[in-house]
Write a new protein. Structure first.
Length: 235
């Protein structure tokens, strides 16, 4: 299973953002958190900033919209050239319609689930999405601690993806470091957002490779029904 590391520039130096984006050119995507101070109690980037980031980044953008009314606003980020646009299930009554619009514009469509949002309503419609983002913290702020109680949801999604044979990426975001990335990989994640772990290290590019190695080493095995250990292994 391929492993992708997407550093979040929420943890970068905003005054030197172009420099810090350049320090993670070995990443698979650059993760851009868009917050509107309504859906979450924080305010970050808007379309103008994301458009400029798109212009200077050598790495494709993985845009995570923590905003209200994604049906209205999400297509604009696809128009800017973002490779992947993820919106929150809790912010829309019709996530399938939003995803189809994004896909029609050439972007990968992702749906994000807060820690308290169940996966079950999405298991039968996984084919409508390119990515499911399982939040492993409450959305809104970086630097929070990893919530391990979200792992059964991630495992349920992995089992559903594997049963279906669909090419749906499973992303985790929040509190990801060298220790927690192993846990998430064992439960089926293949795409990992890491902010503080990357940008607070002395060498962001080297930290990306360390995270990639840790995830790869653990992605071959996932917990079995008991949820405690290496219960079943990909053949």
């Amino acid at each position: 299973m391929a492993v992708r590391i997407n550093p979040s520039i929420l943890a970068a130096d905003f005054v030197n953002l172009e420099r810090d984006i350049g320090r993670v050119e070995n990443a698979d995507f650059v993760h851009v958190d868009v917050m509107d101070n309504h859906f979450v109690p924080n305010l970050t980037f808007g379309p103008q900033m994301v458009g400029r980031i798109q212009e200077v980044s050598a790495v494709p953008l993985d845009v995570h919209l923590m905003i209200e009314d994604p049906a209205r606003w999400a297509p604009g980020y696809a128009e800017l050239g973002a490779a992947s646009v993820t919106f929150h299930a809790e912010a829309t009554l019709d996530p399938v319609a939003v995803a189809r619009r994004l896909r029609s514009m050439g972007a990968r469509a992702g749906v994000a689930l807060k820690p308290g949002t169940a996966a079950e309503p999405f298991l039968e419609i996984l084919g409508e999405f390119d990515q499911v983002l399982v939040m492993t913290v409450e959305p809104g702020f970086g630097g929070q601690s990893f919530l391990q109680h979200t792992m059964p949801k991630l495992r349920a999604l992995r089992e559903a993806v594997d049963r279906s044979g669909l090419d749906v990426w499973l992303e985790v975001d929040g509190g990801i470091d060298r220790r927690t990335i192993e846990i998430a990989a064992e439960h089926g994640a293949d795409t990992f957002v890491a902010g503080s772990a990357v940008y607070r290290s002395g060498d962001p590019a080297a930290e990306i490779e360390a995270l990639r190695a840790a995830a790869t080493a653990h992605s071959h095995s996932r917990p079995g029904p008991g949820g405690g250990g290496r219960g079943w292994i990909d053949q």
